[in-house]
Write a protein that binds this ligand. Sequence first.
Ligand SMILES: NC(=O)c1ccc[n+]([C@@H]2O[C@H](COP(=O)([O-])OP(=O)(O)OC[C@H]3O[C@@H](n4cnc5c(N)ncnc54)[C@H](O)[C@@H]3O)[C@@H](O)[C@H]2O)c1
Length: 340
Amino acid sequence: MAFDLSDRTVLVVGGAGYVGSVMVPLLLDAGASVRVLDQFVYDNGFSLAPVLDDPRVALHRGDLRDAAVFAEAARGATDVVMLASLVGDPVCKKYPELAQQVNADATKAIIDSLDGLGVQRFVFTSTCSNYGIHDSATLADEESELNPQSLYARTKIEVEEHLLKSAASTDASMTVLRIATAYGLSPRMRFDLTVSQFAWEIASGQDLLVFDADTWRPYCHIRDISKAVMTVLTAAPEKVRGEVFNVGDTTQCFTKRMIVEEVQKHVPDAVVSYREGDTDPRNYRVSFAKITERLGFTVDHTVQDYLAQLTTAVQAGVFPDVAGSTRYGNYEVRHLEPRT
Ligand SMILES: NC(=O)c1ccc[n+]([C@@H]2O[C@H](COP(=O)([O-])OP(=O)(O)OC[C@H]3O[C@@H](n4cnc5c(N)ncnc54)[C@H](O)[C@@H]3O)[C@@H](O)[C@H]2O)c1
């Protein structure tokens, strides 16, 4: 599907991150002008280097908790895509105060500030982690009860509820995307996400220890996540205003063991051991029927293809310095302090 965003100016908050640094070039390909607001929390600004010489790109380094910084970046934008937050259970657990301030309080304040800014669409990226533990004999859909197992998911749910409450009375058409766990190659790689972590550890010759191998999770490529965002940005507003969509594909739900077995097809001598009883009990399979039926969205990528690409890249030495580096994941916040 080709998108035409040539009359749009899209502000991507968190555009230097794992998803954002793939989404920004795709928005440019679709003809959009793009603003990026990002604080480079993990020293990750390098990810934007390939697009910074495009005259349609405007970069704002700043903290989204600062209302004036957001208002300045959003001035003249037709659309806002909200990617910035402390992403993932471990980083939220490590910095709980920051997670509450950035992910929940400041994001809700941004939603409250939209009227008067001229923003027509607002896309909030939430997570399928909100389903937490769900009977894996059935698929969780957008109506299923949420069962968060972490502060990360609780902050996302807090924003979802706030957004949905104000959706009818806000000028902008606002939409929630509950996204499956991401995979894919990005200028800002994250090796703290299941698929990439397993492939990197195995393909770089390490022994892999897998906890709770038979727990299910859905997965989605970062290019397909970008496609879902552009699908929402170009859909008829009445189809997306105040709506929640799961983003992914039902055929791309896997257990951790299934992912390991897929990696082993490329690295047959992998040393893998399994253990029960991790501190992450999440287990959910998800239905993606709504986004397909209502918006015609389908994915173009599969975990299987990606594992072939990533294992080849790791074995070729494309990522020589991952071990011990804080650059390739959300391990350590470098440029954000809690506010009193
Ligand atoms: N990666 C996944 O598996 C996944 C799965 C489901 C949903 N999502 C959602 O997609 C979005 C993007 O995830 P990602 O993997 O790209 O995360 P990421 O951590 O790579 O990117 C987040 C970006 O936000 C920026 N940021 C954080 N706090 C900020 C602040 N206070 N002010 C300005 N910038 C700030 C960071 O510098 C970073 O560039 C998030 O909303 C996440 O919840 C991601």
